[in-house]
Ligand binder design. Structure first.
Ligand code: SAH
Ligand code: SF4
Ligand code: F3S
Length: 443
């Protein structure tokens, strides 16, 4: 058993956040405790992301910051993992640039970090282990995770991605899609419910709607999986991400609509409002199909709150194509949109396309779109004034206020009038929206 401390830097999506919970579990199993800051750590882990250039640069900059820490503490162990290291030659380049790195492994074998660490402690030799695909052993290894959030828990349902959107690096670094057997997912969710404190359970996959396509026996579809879990006893809310519009079925919409425990906050990335760009992106749906799904959801799902992802400045995007995205945002009125500037990724199909845009054009477009969405978001939250939010999770407090979260993750400030428990769902009437916060009263 070790008696040192660890600190984990996490970049990227929820998948990585969840994998860092596994890394923390493996470290604590070996006796390490969480450090408050990197300077206090004996093991530093960098769980990286490579979705855009900016994400890579942030990680590289921070790994560089380990140098002075290592100088002060020569026994410091530095480990780098995640999507960035899965790319060809990156592990080698990192080791050259930062010779103090001791362990490198990939996103596909996070579950084996413990073994690599043990090996390093035994041999005191550089360890490098990267797998191109997640293996059965890795995907089924059971780990006592150290979950980050006291009330909300992630559960993997698929790993990898088969979609090959032309801009995206994920299928190259995470490999082909693997679905976890339904029974394994049910067991993990039941265990979480039994713990009692987890009120939000989020199912994770790159494209949850294609869950089960690769399962040979006992084929379960995503709507079936979702409804089975929604019928489990217990006071919890069920969420999932991300959905791909090409695989979103009517059956799924019905399941969301008829099950009270399933969150009505749906994240459905559209990426662009232009058919030409959607085709170049290999998204496999048209603007019309996307808007058709949105219309159906709005008709059937009471209390729906929609969010999306957008890429601006993709190769060959004209002013007209961009205006199609603007008009789509205005038409749908998402409560929130995550807007990104297209970033060229090595080895993807889009990298070799003609017609890449200058950075100035991309910047201009992202600023414009962010402004437009800001107004839509403000309108959305203003329109909630006077409504009753059925399930607000109380997850923090100050001296005078309780802090709650709506289904779509928006903070609601509630005056302390009657006593509430942290980790409790309450019904809240929204009374105001100002300074980016909702205010409400418990009903
Ligand atoms: N599998 C999920 C999430 C993918 S990554 C999904 O398909 O929804 C999250 C978001 O990052 C994507 O939805 C996309 O909007 C954005 N993204 C991915 N690759 C990008 C790139 N090369 N440049 C800019 N944004 C990108
Ligand atoms: Fe990337 Fe597309 Fe897969 Fe999402 S669905 S991870 S955007 S390739
Ligand atoms: Fe990044 Fe990998 Fe997620 S590239 S967005 S951490 S799947």
């Amino acid at each position: 058993m070790q008696n040192g401390k660890y600190y984990i830097f996490t970049y990227g999506c929820q998948m990585n956040v969840h994998e860092s919970e596994k890394l923390a579990g493996l470290l604590e199993e070996r006796g390490y405790k969480k450090a408050d800051k990197p300077e206090d750590a004996d093991v530093l882990v960098y769980n990286t992301c490579c979705i855009r250039e900016g994400a890579e640069q942030r990680a590289i900059g921070n790994i560089g910051n380990a140098k002075p820490i290592k100088k002060k503490n020569p026994n410091l162990i530095v480990a780098v993992c995640g999507c960035m290291t899965q790319q060809n030659g990156v592990a080698e380049n990192l080791k050259k640039k930062f010779p103090f790195i001791n362990i490198v492994f990939g996103a596909n074998n996070v579950e084996f970090f413990g073994e690599y660490l043990d090996m390093f402690l035994k041999q005191r030799k550089y360890q490098r282990n990267i797998l191109d695909e997640k293996t059965y052993q890795s995907s089924t290894k059971s780990i006592q995770m150290i979950r980050d959030d006291p009330y909300s828990a992630y559960v993997n349902i698929t790993y990898g991605c088969n979609n090959f959107c032309t801009y995206c690096i994920v299928p190259y670094v995470r490999g082909r899609e693997i679905s976890r057997p339904a029974e394994e997912i049910y067991a993990e969710v039941k265990e979480l419910i039994n713990v009692g404190k987890y009120k939000i359970i989020t199912l994770l996959g790159q494209n949850v709607n294609s869950y089960g396509n690769d399962l040979k026996d006992n084929k379960t579809t995503f709507p079936e999986l979702l409804e089975t879990i929604a019928n489990f006893d217990g006071d919890f809310e069920l969420r999932f991400m991300s959905s791909h519009p090409k695989d979103l079925s009517d059956e799924l919409i019905d399941v969301i609509a008829r099950n009270e425990k399933i969150s009505k906050a749906i994240h459905l990335p559209v990426q662009s409002g232009s058919d030409k760009i959607l085709k170049l992106m290999n998204r496999n749906y048209t603007r019309e199909k996307y808007l058709g799904i949105i219309q159906k959801m709005k008709q059937k799902i009471k209390g729906l709150s929609l969010s999306t992802d957008i890429i601006v400045g993709f190769a060959q995007e004209t002013e007209e194509d961009f205006e199609d995205t603007v008009s789509l945002l205005k038409e749908v009125q998402f409560s929130n949109a995550y807007i990104f500037m297209y970033s060229k990724r090595k080895g993807t199909v889009a990298e070799k396309m003609e017609g890449h845009l200058p950075i100035e054009v991309k910047r201009e477009r992202i600023h414009k779109l962010l402004e437009i969405q800001k107004e839509i978001t403000n309108n959305h939250f203003n329109s909630l004034i006077g409504t009753i939010q059925e399930r607000v999770l109380i997850d923090g407090e100050t001296q005078t206020l309780y802090l709650g979260k709506t289904q779509c993750g928006k903070v609601v400030k509630i005056k302390k009038e009657k006593e509430l428990q942290l980790g409790q769902f309450v019904k809240v009437k929204i009374t105001d929206y100002s300074g980016g916060n909702l205010y409400g009263e418990v009903q």
